[in-house]
Design a binder for this molecule. Structure first.
Ligand SMILES: NC(=O)c1ccc[n+]([C@@H]2O[C@H](COP(=O)([O-])OP(=O)(O)OC[C@H]3O[C@@H](n4cnc5c(N)ncnc54)[C@H](OP(=O)(O)O)[C@@H]3O)[C@@H](O)[C@H]2O)c1
Length: 315
């Protein structure tokens, strides 16, 4: 019996190790080897004059807007709060000497797209970053989500509808000019078991599937369509205040993710996230029960601490 358990343990360890090796190789290839060999390098300057970034006043979206301005793009910033848009636009203009345009829109509302299309119609858009996204306040059981109906439709509108609608508005111009890059932000939650985040993770799974099929549909039209699936990044959404190796700053994350454009259709964009992803998927492959139990226990812990903190605040 003991030797049987040892053999199973050894096989599981070997599988996890192989997956880790493959994940590491994939991302080393994407971020180090291929750029060094100049394979499929994106000629950013040739794509068009403008980049459009949704959810661009904070976190990952703001970092994409800054990184694209640094590559010489004028930037159209689309987000919810006009005062924050103005501040980010001023910052980008003074740092990078490019033009900016701000568009205030709430992506939880499905009726904003005619207005958005009008505002973007005259721009030669070379890069679209569909970054806007919302998540849970804290991990929660599906049936216990407060304000259930609004929460579900807001998440679907903001995380999924926004991506599909923005692609419909911007991609025709790219197809006509036979060039363009579309980057859609999903999450590793789409790739690994994510109990207590079921609505969020399923919206991100929809974005991942939509993006990889879109990439195949428009590759022959000269478009690069990429899905980026980050793990934790230190932003307001993740509530992580101090960046670490595993939860990098938005800038560090975006610098790494942008190096993978043109190389990977679906990527975490950041080596440590790829490794974590590989460990969880390796566990899942060995035993679905074990991987789900590990993630569920972790999420139950996070939920318990969040509820305790909220109760402390209301007392
Ligand atoms: N951070 C992570 O750990 C992580 C991990 C995996 C995936 N992601 C994904 O990465 C993307 C960016 O996340 P983040 O962490 O950078 O988020 P964040 O720091 O919370 O920033 C969100 C941005 O989106 C805007 N926004 C939020 N709701 C909006 C709405 N309804 N309409 C218009 N704009 C809205 C915010 O503007 P206001 O300030 O005006 O609200 C802000 O500019 C999301 O799609 C997220 O799901 C993040």
């Amino acid at each position: 019996m003991e030797s049987c358990m040892c053999a199973i343990g050894a096989v599981c360890t070997a599988i996890v190790a192989l997956r880790l090796f493959r994940a590491a190789f994939d991302l080393f290839y994407d971020t180090l080897i291929a750029p060094a060999l100049n394979l499929e390098k994106i000629d950013w300057k040739s794509l068009g004059r403008w980049a459009v970034v949704t959810g661009s006043t904070d976190g990952i979206g703001k970092a994409y807007a800054e990184a694209l301005a640094a590559r010489g793009f004028n930037v159209a910033l689309v987000s919810r709060t006009q005062s924050k848009l103005d501040a980010v636009a001023d910052e980008i203009k003074s740092k990078h000497n490019v033009e900016t345009k701000t568009i205030a829109a709430d992506f939880t509302k499905p009726d904003i797209y005619d207005g958005l299309a009008k505002q973007l119609e005259d721009l030669e858009v070379g890069v679209l970053v569909n970054n806007v996204g919302m998540s849970y306040d804290h991990p929660e059981y599906y049936l216990q989500i407060p304000d259930h109906a609004n929460f579900v439709s807001n998440l679907i509108n903001c995380n999924v509808l926004s991506v599909m609608k923005m692609c419909k508005i911007v991609m025709p111009g790219m197809v006509k000019r036979k060039k363009g890059v579309v980057i859609n932000l999903a999450s590793t939650a789409a790739l690994v078991p994510s109990p207590l985040l079921a609505v969020y993770s399923s919206t991100k799974a929809a974005v991942t599937k939509f993006t990889s099929d879109l990439a195949s549909e428009y590759r022959d039209d000269g478009l690069v369509v990429q899905c980026v699936c980050p793990g934790y990044v230190a932003t307001k959404l993740s509530k992580i205040k101090k960046s670490t190796w595993m939860a990098p700053s938005p800038k560090r994350f975006v610098d790494s993710a942008l190096a993978t454009v043109g190389l990977s259709d679906v990527t975490t964009g950041y080596l440590p996230h790829n490794l974590l992803n590989a460990v969880v998927n390796g566990l899942d492959w060995c035993s679905k029960k074990l991987s789900r139990w590990v993630v569920l226990s972790e999420m139950q812990g996070v939920r318990k601490r969040a509820l305790k903190k909220a109760a402390g605040k209301s007392n």
